[in-house]
Design a protein around this ligand. Structure first.
Ligand SMILES: *Cc1c(COP(=O)(O)O)cnc(C)c1O
Ligand SMILES: [Zn+2]
Length: 401
């Protein structure tokens, strides 16, 4: 191995159990922690200072420009389709119509395979390849499976994707074109997870479930770095995110903490209040947040137009609740009808065909403005996590209310 530290060389030095902090090696294949069966979270050595100039490879116009703060050790194992560095746009017409002063959107729908799942899967499949894995399996609500199928194809790994039977056809079809094996299950993503355990009882495949391997989180956190960089190292006052499994919410918050430790954000920088947006049809986080249940372990949800939000029992619930507490955030749930209405607004006023998840985030901003939780003069950032092409069979004909 090259002993000379270059600026882009990974600073990863440990994985920590999210519950008790026990340390694990980032140089071996890991799943959840064996101590607490909880997610493992990557840590980086910041003993040697790393400036923004050293830490960002400006020549790389993808999420990999932050390679020093990602866990990949050898460039040769990188599996990329150019994910990340998505546009961060102003929404002046929408803001004008609905009374916001400074409204922004980060459009993750421009990623390879049409959603921000590309970031997590590029990272996870790169690490899987680095650690000698030859095949992967995933339970998915749709987008994660498509992304995994694409990155496995790109990296030369076998892919098995397990998704709900009711998922729009376009998600299944795209997986077939990437050569993946697709299994359909009656139920939601938690039922798919049970099928994954069955199919992979022998443990031959690496389980890429949300937060059951440590690296999708690291890919998703690059959204936080990009937001800071694209906003000139200022952060928004409020950030709204559509939370299913929660990796994006947890990852963006992790990036903000890392940038504080690195000194990339001025010490007086206030971190945004983080809002988790869910579907009324499946809102386990809201129920727990409101104290209507101790946790999501027995929650049952219903399908939603926003497939990505139909996650009844997210393993990362405690981590999401931490983010909400630490950031003074909140949770909002949006109805199916309102998602369609939000899609119409973004389509008509801004020319964006956003996923129902992104539309839900916009409608949540409106609700929170109406309730006084956020103010018209605050800087609001919406995360649109995907485009609506693959949701077409569910939304076709609904452009008019
Ligand atoms: C998966 C997904 C989400 C939820 O993301 P998590 O990181 O699991 O919370 C939101 N929107 C879209 C379009 C998705 O595919
Ligand atoms: Zn532990």
């Amino acid at each position: 191995m090259n002993q000379v530290a270059t600026s882009s060389q990974s600073r990863v030095n440990a994985l920590h159990c999210a519950k008790c902090g026990a340390a694990y090696s980032p140089f071996q294949l890991q799943a959840v922690s064996s101590c607490c069966q909880q997610p493992l979270v990557a840590h980086y050595s910041l003993r040697q200072p790393l400036s923004r100039e050293e830490g960002i490879d400006l020549a790389d116009n993808s999420m990999w420009r932050y390679g020093a703060l990602l866990p990949l050790l050898d460039e040769a194992n990188k599996v990329t389709l150019g994910e990340g560095m998505t546009p961060l746009l102003k929404l002046p017409r929408l803001a004008g119509h609905y009374g916001f002063d400074a409204l922004f959107i980060k459009d993750e729908g421009t990623n390879p395979t049409g959603s921000f799942k590309a970031r997590g899967l590029s990272m996870a499949i790169s690490k899987a390849k680095e650690l000698g894995v030859t095949g992967c399996i995933i339970p998915t609500a749709g987008n994660a499976g498509v992304a995994m199928a694409a990155y496995c194809a790109r990296g030369g790994l076998a892919a098995t994707v397990v998704m709900p039977r009711h998922t729009p056809e376009a998600f299944k079809e795209e997986c077939y074109w990437y050569g993946a094996q697709v299994e359909l299950v009656d139920g939601l993503i938690n039922d798919c997870a049970a099928r994954v355990r069955q199919l992979n009882a022998g443990g031959k495949l690496l389980d890429i479930s949300t937060l059951k391997e440590p690296y999708r989180l690291e890919g998703k956190k690059t959204m936080g770095y990009e937001i800071a960089e694209q906003m000139g190292w200022q952060l928004p006052d409020v950030l709204l995110y559509p939370a299913g499994g929660g990796t994006g919410l947890i990852g963006i918050w992790k990036a903000f903490q890392e940038m504080k430790s690195l000194g990339w954000l001025a010490p007086e920088t206030k971190l945004p209040r983080m809002v988790a947006v869910q579907a009324e049809n499946c809102c386990p986080l809201l129920e727990t947040y409101l104290g209507r249940q101790p946790n999501c372990h027995a929650y049952t949800g219903r399908p939603s137009l926003a497939n990505g939000l139909a996650v009844p029992r997210p393993l990362g619930e405690p981590l999401m609740l931490n983010v909400l507490r630490e950031s003074n955030g909140t949770v909002v749930a949006i109805s199916e009808e309102d998602m369609l209405e939000g899609m119409r607004h973004l389509g008509r006023h801004e020319g964006m065909f956003v996923a129902p998840e992104g539309a839900a985030v916009w409608m949540a901003a409106r609700q929170l403005l109406a309730s006084g939780w956020l103010h018209a003069d605050e800087r609001i950032l919406l995360l649109n996590t995907g485009n609506s092409q693959k949701y077409m069979s569910n939304v076709a004909g609904r452009a008019w209310a």
